[in-house]
Design a protein around this ligand. Structure first.
Ligand code: RM4
Ligand code: MN
Ligand code: MN
Length: 432
């Protein structure tokens, strides 16, 4: 039995208040779905099975390049972070695993982290490396790059760090390493565009060779810009796909929703990566301009739905050998991170449920007849369905809160941890 950080009595009291209304709403939704030939209970089971990993770095308060405004009771280390993640899971029941970032989550003995995760009922998802910052005492600087650096010694140092992350991940029971590369240039001519990419692929191949076994995955991120402003080495899904294909079958692409230019058709990229057998995972978040790292579904829920629509379609066509890993990657500058992460997990499940509601047989027919209006309407009809009672009922049955933010506020958790966690400082910019 996992250690529970929120008194179950509080969740029960909260649920008692909400249960009557939920029962009515769930019943009404079941009836209206039945009229469309959809079994609400079957849908609930599918939705309950969707798991999303929480980023360890997401439970701290983020910031912009200009400032950071710390919140009360911020986690000071990975053990505090795990506690916050356990609260998210206890109330929301959609996020049973945590994704760690090194060296941010460094401890002397990784087995202690694994043991604490077990006590809290949490597992571990992909581990993340960090060669976008210099660490105190580091021999060589990453100022001019890491895995693609012109100097072989810097590349060797960055490769060694990634291999060390794999070792740590193995202790935690993780099965993937995610690499996001900040390498790039700010000026035309600063770096040789083709050679930098070749060096990156060579470095990633060396890391791939160090994966413990066949079940491990190497998830490669791409990002259109920032911190490099002229040319980023892995700037888009095309470069990412080329790299993943060159490195081998354990290397896959990871789509971070915030790593595209505004108005990019992300679901089309998702479809292409599925066709190529190279869709490895997601970093879910939302954005209006760049890598804004806002809560998933908070800016454009229709886009999130369209991404999940491709996933459900691929699943039903059996178009992949394995489903992509779903992880959140957000930075919370204004909100309580626990609340934002619970809301984002809910947004992901909502988009998934809506995508499961698409009448695919009808859609295929309409597409074959080139009935653009009704094909679009078929998608929108699914998107417009309010599945809130279904998501709440899934949580309730799993022992979570009908309305997680309400129950969380009732619990006073943030105030409790603020009393014992040291206040963090406000200086410095945020994470990238
Ligand atoms: C990057 C990227 C990575 C994340 C860092 C903190 O923009 O999204 O996934 O590890 O930010
Ligand atoms: Mn990311
Ligand atoms: Mn990012």
């Amino acid at each position: 039995m996992a250690e529970l950080l929120i008194d179950p009595g509080i969740i029960e009291a909260h649920n008692r208040q909400e249960a009557g209304g939920l029962a009515q709403d769930y019943e009404a939704l079941s009836r209206s779905l039945a009229r469309r030939g959809i079994d609400c209970e079957a849908l609930l089971h599918k939705v309950s099975a969707l798991e999303i990993a929480v980023p360890s770095w997401g439970v701290g308060t983020g910031g912009t390049r200009f400032a950071r405004f710390p919140g009360p009771g911020e986690p000071a280390d990975i053990f505090d972070k795990l506690e916050d993640c356990a609260v998210i899971q206890q109330l929301g029941r959609a996020t049973p695993r945590v994704s760690l970032h090194f060296p941010w989550d460094e401890v002397a003995d990784m087995a202690t982290v694994s043991a604490r995760g077990q006590e809290l009922g949490l597992g571990f998802d992909a581990v993340n490396s960090n060669t976008f910052q210099d660490q105190p005492g580091q021999a060589l600087s990453y100022k001019f790059g890491s895995l693609s650096h012109a100097d072989a010694e810097v590349r060797a140092q960055a490769i060694a760090h990634n291999i060390d992350c794999i070792r740590k991940g193995a202790v935690l029971g993780a099965r993937a390493l995610t690499i996001w590369l900040a390498d790039g240039s700010n000026f035309a001519g600063q770096s040789h565009l083709a050679r930098a990419f070749e060096r990156y692929v060579e470095s990633v191949s060396a890391i791939e060779a160090a994966l413990p076994d066949e079940s491990w995955r190497l998830l490669l991120e791409y990002k259109n810009f920032e911190p490099a402003f002229y040319a980023t080495v892995v700037q888009d899904w095309g470069s990412c796909l080329l790299a993943a294909q060159a490195v081998g079958h354990r290397a896959r692409c990871l789509v971070d929703l915030g790593h595209h230019a505004p108005s990019t058709n992300i679901e089309l990229i998702v479809a292409r990566l599925i066709s190529a057998g190279k869709l490895g995972g997601f970093h879910l978040n939302d954005s209006r301009f760049g890598d804004d790292d806002l809560d998933a579904g908070s800016v454009d829920p229709f886009r999130l739905f369209l991404v999940f629509n491709e996933l459900v379609d691929a699943e039903q066509r059996q178009a992949w050998d394995e489903a992509p890993a779903l992880m959140l990657d957000q930075s919370h500058n204004l909100t309580d991170p626990i609340e934002s992460l619970m809301l984002s997990a809910d947004a992901a499940r909502r988009a998934h449920a809506q995508a499961l509601l698409v009448d695919r047989a009808q859609l295929a027919e309409l597409q074959a007849r080139n009935d653009a209006a009704m094909a679009a309407e078929t998608l929108r009809r699914a998107f417009r369905t309010d599945v809130t009672p279904l998501l709440a009922e899934a949580r309730r049955r799993a022992g979570g809160a009908i309305e997680p933010v309400g129950a969380y506020r009732l619990s006073g958790y943030r105030k409790r941890v603020a009393a014992r966690r040291p206040l963090s400082t406000g200086s410095g910019g945020g994470i990238v």
